[in-house]
Ligand binder design. Structure first.
Ligand code: GTP
Ligand code: MG
Length: 428
């Protein structure tokens, strides 16, 4: 009865719970991400002279402007006249960060500011377009992510509220990027004025339906939720920019020196500069990138692929990330490919048509040249003919005169001969 023998396994032979190894997955992801490095793009926007260039220089410690003459000794930053993108490679603890800062010229200098956001939104779109093209290539190389992940919008420290141009500008921008409003030159406001100004600004932002960057809810993590609430309360961040090092009670700090004291850039009781930098670099960089990818870029992609027909509804910050169904993805890529082929065909036809037109024009030129030369030659021929005719006439006239002369001479000769003969006869 060997069949019925119960299959028993000795306790010592029992397989110990095996270590498969997928617990190591986060480490693998981490190592891969660290190896690949990170891209982050920050843009500053706002009216002229609010300290945008100064702040981005202060934010990342290193001098972003390689060719700048600014040496941190309080020399005035040159006025920014065009959109300027600077990339610096930052490394900290073996983590590589490709940081791109986009400085934009300040607006508000001209009388008509009705379309002043256009160059900025066009620039943001062009970076999305670049990424979309790289993503839709058949062979995708390692793609650089140059999309704008955050935009610091500078508000003038008037103490009154937002200007109409600020409202319109932010309305346009928040559809495309994560907008974080900041109060510029906060050293010009007292703490009370500053907190009152913050409240006024936030009220106006809500009233006007401006969708600035929302800090995540972080459900389940109380510590993170508390930190995010603190950030939410601090927005718009009141900032002070300066790279001038001044001495405060024997300590060297970055700040703005006034006859009555120093406004310290890194002092949390003076301004929100450190809060802003920590938020950007330490705590929310990935979330800013995720929202850019899942919301703003997806909206751009949908609009682009739908041919701006409006058939696809824009995504909201709270929507789940888009499902990447392979068949749908394939259809999208196929459609893009067809569109590209059509465009190429059209371009080739245009080039062909242009070349044909060029050839025709060349032939027409040659024909005109030939006609001109033919006319010139026939004119010369006519002149020659006329000259010959005149010469011929002259010759005929000369010939006639000569013949007449000759006949007369012959006649005279004959007459003289005859008279001589007659004389001879007579003599005989
Ligand atoms: N009081 C005060 N002045 C500042 C601050 N930041 C910059 N400034 C000064 O403001 C002036 C303009 O600074 P910029 O950084 O050139 O301003 P911007 O916004 O880049 O100006 P545009 O390039 O014209 O748009 C300079 O004289 C700075 O020294 C600040 O936080 N507080
Ligand atoms: Mg500037």
């Amino acid at each position: 009865m060997q069949f019925l023998k119960k299959w028993t396994v000795k306790e010592s032979e029992k397989a110990a719970p095996q270590f498969v190894g997928y617990a190591n997955l986060p480490n693998q992801v981490f190592r891969k991400a660290v190896k690949r490095g990170f891209d982050f793009t920050l843009m500053v926007v706002g009216q002229s002279g609010l300290g945008k260039s100064t702040l981005i220089n202060s934010l990342f410690m290193s001098d972003i402007y390689e060719d700048s003459t600014y040496n941190g000794s309080g020399i005035r930053m040159p006025k920014t006249t065009q959109i300027r993108s600077s990339t610096v490679h930052v490394q900290e603890g073996g983590v590589h960060l490709e940081l791109t800062v986009i400085d934009t010229p300040g607006f508000g200098d001209v009388v008509d500011n009705s379309q002043c956001w256009k160059p900025i939104t066009e620039h943001v779109n062009s970076l999305f377009e670049e990424f979309l093209n790289a993503e839709s290539r058949v062979i995708r190389e390692a793609m650089e992510d140059r999309r704008v992940h955050v935009c610091l919008y500078f508000i003038a420290p008037t103490g009154h509220g937002l200007k109409q141009v600020d409202i319109e500008f932010m309305k346009e921008l928040c559809e495309k990027v994560n907008v974080i409003p900041v109060i510029a030159k906060a050293d010009t406001l007292t703490p009370e004025e500053c907190s009152r100004f913050k409240k006024t600004i936030m009220n106006e932002i809500h009233e006007n339906g401006i969708k600035i960057y929302q800090f995540p809810d972080s459900e389940g993590d109380e510590e993170e939720a508390a930190a995010n609430k603190k950030l939410r309360d601090a927005i718009p961040f009141a900032v002070v920019g300066s790279n001038t090092v001044v001495e405060v009670s024997g300590k060297k700090v970055r700040g703005r020196l006034y006859p009555w004291g120093v406004a310290e850039v890194d002092n949390l009781s003076h301004c929100d500069f450190t809060t802003l930098r920590n938020m950007l670099v330490r705590t929310h960089m990935q979330d800013l990138k995720d929202v850019t990818d899942n919301v703003h870029y997806e909206n751009y992609r949908c609009q682009k692929l739908a041919g701006f027909s409006g058939s696809l509804t824009p995504r909201q910050n709270t929507d789940p990330p888009p499902s990447r169904d392979p068949m749908a993805q394939f259809d999208v890529e196929k459609r893009e490919h067809e569109m590209k082929m059509k465009k190429m065909e059209q371009e080739m036809e245009e080039v062909f048509e242009m070349k044909v037109q060029e050839k025709l024009q060349k032939l027409r030129d040659i024909e005109a040249d030939l006609n001109r030369r033919k006319e010139q030659m026939s004119l010369a021929l006519k002149q020659q003919q006329q000259e010959l005719q005149t010469k011929r006439k002259q010759f005929d006239e000369d010939k006639r005169l000569f013949e007449e002369e000759h006949q007369r001479y012959m006649k005279e000769l004959e007459d003289s001969m005859r008279s001589k003969d007659n004389k001879k006869h007579k003599k005989k």
